[in-house]
Design a protein around this ligand. Structure first.
Ligand code: LLP
Length: 429
């Protein structure tokens, strides 16, 4: 739950506002972000590293309001598509603090990044090195670039979100020598300014040893590059991936402990080989916006499936939160609009979509007197929920509301049927 959230007589209050009032004013389903929570987490990461060395991963959730909050808190921004870049630019985000990612950036995305003058482009393939070199020469610019390295770390997380083992699509592998070959090719091109190496080992990771092994292996590569080319790259970016608490037992990272641990490892390696300490940067997404977001739903039906469990259907589902269906993700959910003394019943929180896999929370206990019209709240939905939302079954995407000091405002409005029909080229007016 967001740090400032409270429950009074069972009623959830976020950012100083009763969720019943939010539901009445904005409707449900509703994504609610506690602005203070998001800003506080951003500040903690910024303080643990250095100003400008924390780049928020916009894929977790991006809109112009959030981009502005994070800019005000001193963060940079990582975008991985032309669309995310467009949002960042619309927010007036300082371009030199934007990094462009992606394993298959289209030429127009590279062009847009060069035209905007983004701070760094993270190169992911040999084709892209040549492509960006060509586009930069055409424009007479010299972008700063990093090389994404797959360090061979097997992160302890769901296989879909682990990204540094060898058998996957991202980056240049360290073990095969592709990473050093990428360095050679970039250095051959005067149009590209190589500033460092990048690694992202995966997401929702709790053990810090994976990050530390990656840091160690990148530092070794810095040494190999120095020995081969006589240059010291000034930056190592260790990506994101810091886990957050979804259910009891999840132990999130302390940003300061992460920063200190990583610095110690890189410093040790640099000292051993006589290298200058590079600048260490990171790209947390989930850890910044995840915990501050809550989804409110209204209960529509409560169906007892004899001897098994009770299916509680809410007015959203896999279109606003795909993570349970996709990764078997777990969430915490409570009755948020009243108190109840009724005994708990084993429940499954499901959506309104035409799929039996449309599950929001697989197993949870809700009070037996749960009834249509009750509001339930799902915690920690601030990352990878709105950003992965779909219009499956032509269900409009929910509104996003920011709350702070007892006030609320829409930061992304709810889709309407008109929005859904706007792209249908043959719909009659
Ligand atoms: N940097 C890079 C290059 C990334 O690919 C990612 C996430 C991040 C940073 C941020 O990772 P975070 O700190 O948020 O874990 N949809 C999945 C997560 C996929 C993450 C993809 N890349 C989920 O819902 O769990």
């Amino acid at each position: 739950w967001p740090r400032g959230a409270k429950r009074d007589e069972g009623v959830l209050n976020v950012g100083g506002i009763d969720v019943r009032d939010l539901a009445a004013e904005y409707g449900t389903p509703l994504y609610v972000y506690d602005e203070d929570d998001v800003r506080a987490r951003a500040r903690e990461y910024a303080a643990a590293f250095h100003d400008g060395d924390v780049h928020y991963a916009g894929k977790a959730f991006l809109c112009t309001a959030v981009a502005k909050w994070l800019n005000e808190e001193g963060l940079g921004l990582d975008v991985c598509s032309g669309g995310e870049l467009a949002v960042a630019l619309a927010a007036g985000f300082p371009v030199e603090k934007i990094t462009l990612h992606g394993n298959n950036k289209a030429p127009w995305e590279l062009e847009r990044a060069l035209e905007a003058g983004v701070g760094r482009v993270v190169l992911d393939s040999f084709e892209e090195i040549a492509r960006l070199g060509f586009l930069a020469r055409e424009r007479g610019v010299r972008p700063k670039v990093m090389i994404r390295v797959t360090t061979g770390v097997e992160a302890h997380t769901h296989e879909f979100i682990a990204t540094a083992h060898d058998d996957q699509k991202f980056g240049f592998s360290r073990s095969s020598g592709a990473a050093l070959e990428a360095v050679r090719r970039v250095l051959e091109l005067d149009q590209l300014e190589l500033v460092g190496l990048h690694s992202h080992i995966g997401s929702q990771i709790f053990e810090t040893d994976g990050f530390e092994v990656a840091a160690h292996r990148l530092a070794e590569l810095l040494v190999a590059i120095r020995d081969e080319h006589g240059i010291e790259l000034p930056e190592l970016d260790l990506g994101g991936g810091y886990g957050i608490a979804y259910v009891p037992g999840d132990e999130p990272h302390d940003p300061k402990a992460i920063a200190d641990g990583l610095r110690a490892i890189v410093a040790r390696e640099c000292k051993a080989y006589g290298l200058n300490m590079p600048r260490l940067t990171v790209e947390p997404g989930r850890a910044i916006t995840g915990p501050g977001g809550v989804t409110l739903y209204e209960v529509g039906t409560v169906k007892d499936v004899e001897g098994l469990r009770t299916y509680v259907s809410v007015n959203g589902g896999m279109s606003d939160n795909l993570r349970t269906a996709l990764y078997g993700a777990e969430y915490t959910c409570v009755l948020a609009s009243r108190t109840s003394d009724a005994p708990p019943m084993l429940s499954r929180l499901v959506g309104k979509h035409c799929e039996s896999g449309d599950i929001v929370v697989r197993d949870l206990w809700l009070p037996e007197d749960l009834a249509p019209g009750d509001l339930v709240a799902v915690a920690a939905t601030g990352a990878y929920c709105r950003s992965m939302a779909s219009n499956y079954n032509y269900v409009p995407k929910p509104a996003v509301v920011a709350v702070k000091d007892g006030a609320s405002r829409v930061i992304v409005r709810r889709e309407t049927d008109e929005d859904l029909l706007r792209l249908d080229a043959e719909a009659s007016a």
